[in-house]
Design a protein around this ligand. Structure first.
Ligand code: 5AD
Ligand code: SF4
Length: 482
């Protein structure tokens, strides 16, 4: 059992009611606790945040890191740390299993370091059965919170430090968006930017609307202000994040479309590249295609989840488009932006999927010729409509289809890779090459990876690079001095 901490500085009457002031107040208290504990330990307290799942979670983790650093914790590479947080995902069952498995390892660390704190947050914590299981069998976890109250992290740390038992704070939903909390970016030159939270689509297989709540958009002026600050701090590329960015702005007091938001962001001086994720085909407007066509900053890459190529399955999936509509959309986009890279998500083995349905998916894959595709085996998520559907497809059938799809996707990607060989294109240099320190690694606007001779001074800058050769899925090139 951890030792309860108490400071006499908390005058509860003084706790600010408004955010983010309230959280800064708790950060001061947490800072005092962390200092006290570090003195006792004789060295700074360490932390490690482990992120599972999507880019949304990655961005949330940067917010957790921002607060932990603000209150005096020092980041460490290992999970053998004084404070470990798992920011969890629950989109597929195996994501959950991974977390339970790794908690066992954390418990062994905690036995040797009784002051260690273990926190769990993110989508998986929004599932009541998960929290029950943790309460029952994982008593060594100190803090559990969800996706809606992540902004309260500082306050929750203080509550947990002052308590002898598990602190649990899960909200069902919220309409609250708290701005201006500390964030620690992983990369100095690029950043995710949340433009909206939640999802209203209720695709029948998907748990996200249940764990991330209803759709809510950030005010455009807050988004612009954040990006302006990021640019002033060295960021040249932003990734606008939302479960369905194409429905951005619908619930704002002064509604605004995603295409209009993009045009505003485009005006920000010093910002070089704009990416966004994820686009739902049903909401992708002609206005957006037009804006992409004329933009100098929006990257020529579109992630457009297909999920299935069968109109029958798409209907049961509640996707609100059919195969023909999807193919027409792809045509329209390719006509407007000819060299755009297209990527997708595909689910294999949705309940009732027949060989014919699966062949429709293969047909779309062959027609669209994706630059790459994330392929998933359908995972039954309790509480979603699909989980209750009869006719779940047999495991061996799904596996066999999955392998066939993967092979086809990879064959096409391999054929498509290399089409830019010989061209000189802008590359944002991201890091020193992992295997060869005389090289740097960067990305084209279409997201392809490029390796070239260079040094650390180039990181975060954009260079014209001649793409000399394509090896597998990446290019090798060199800076074009001309
Ligand atoms: N099973 C398998 N894949 C899923 N996805 C979402 N829910 C499930 C599920 N129950 C996939 C979708 C989505 C991606 C993020 O995860 O393809 O686009
Ligand atoms: Fe899930 Fe569909 Fe919402 Fe994407 S759009 S998060 S797949 S419900």
């Amino acid at each position: 059992m951890k030792k309860k901490l108490e400071l006499n500085i908390i005058d509860k009457k003084q706790i600010p009611e408004v955010e983010p002031e309230r959280q800064y107040y708790f950060m001061d208290i947490a800072k005092a606790y962390v200092k006290q504990l570090a003195e006792r330990k004789g060295s700074p307290l360490t932390f490690h945040v482990t992120t599972f799942g999507c880019q949304m979670n990655a961005r949330d983790s940067e917010k957790l890191v921002g607060i932990l650093e603000h209150i005096g914790y020092v980041e460490t590479e290992t999970e053998n740390a004084d404070f470990v947080i798992y920011n969890t995902c629950t989109v597929r069952e195996n994501a959950n299993n991974k977390v339970y498995g790794r908690l066992g390892v954390l418990q062994s660390y905690k036995k040797k370091n009784p002051h260690m704190m273990i926190g769990l947050c993110g989508c998986m914590m929004q599932e009541p059965t998960v929290v029950e299981k943790l309460k029952e069998s994982y008593r060594f976890v100190d803090l559990i919170f969800g996706t809606h109250n992540i902004y309260k992290f500082a306050e929750l740390i203080v509550t947990s430090m002052e308590s002898n038992s598990m602190t649990i704070d899960i909200w069902k939903d919220t309409d609250k968006i708290v701005e201006d909390l500390p964030v620690e970016r992983k990369y100095s030159f690029k950043s995710g930017v949340n433009i909206m939270f939640g999802c209203n689509n209720f695709c029948s297989y998907c748990i996200v609307p249940y764990v991330r709540g209803r759709e809510r958009s950030r005010e455009p002026k807050e988004i612009i202000r954040e990006i302006e600050h990021l640019v002033a701090d060295g960021v040249v590329e932003v990734m606008l994040l939302g479960q369905n960015v194409n429905s951005y702005g619908k619930n704002l007091e002064h509604p605004m479309s995603f295409a209009q938001l993009l045009q505003e962001i485009e005006k920000i001086e010093g910002l070089e590249r704009i990416r966004f994720m994820t686009s739902h085909p049903k909401d992708l407007s002609d206005e957006l295609i037009e804006v992409m066509k004329h933009s100098k900053k929006i990257c020529k890459h579109l992630h457009l989840p297909l999920q299935s190529g069968s109109s029958r399955i798409l209907k049961i999936m509640n996707r609100h488009y059919d195969k023909e509509h999807y193919l027409e959309l792809v045509d329209k986009i390719r006509t407007a932006v000819p060299d755009i890279a297209l990527t997708t998500d595909i689910i294999v083995g949705f309940p009732g999927e027949t060989e014919e349905d699966f062949e429709e998916t293969m047909d779309v894959v062959r027609r669209v010729r994706y630059d790459s595709a994330f392929t998933f085996i359908y995972s039954k998520r309790t509480g979603t409509p699909a989980a209750a559907m009869e006719e779940q497809v047999a495991e061996d059938v799904v596996k066999e289809r999955f392998d066939r799809l993967l092979k086809e996707v990879q064959r096409i990607s391999a054929e498509k890779a290399g089409t830019l060989t010989g061209q000189t294109l802008p590359v944002l240099i991201e890091e020193i090459n992992e295997h060869d320190a005389s090289l740097v690694t960067g990305r084209l606007g279409n997201n392809s990876v490029v390796h070239l001779p260079g040094n650390a001074d180039m990181i975060g800058r954009i260079f014209p690079v001649r793409l000399e050769e394509c090896r597998g899925f990446y290019y090798v090139g060199k800076v074009d001095e001309a």
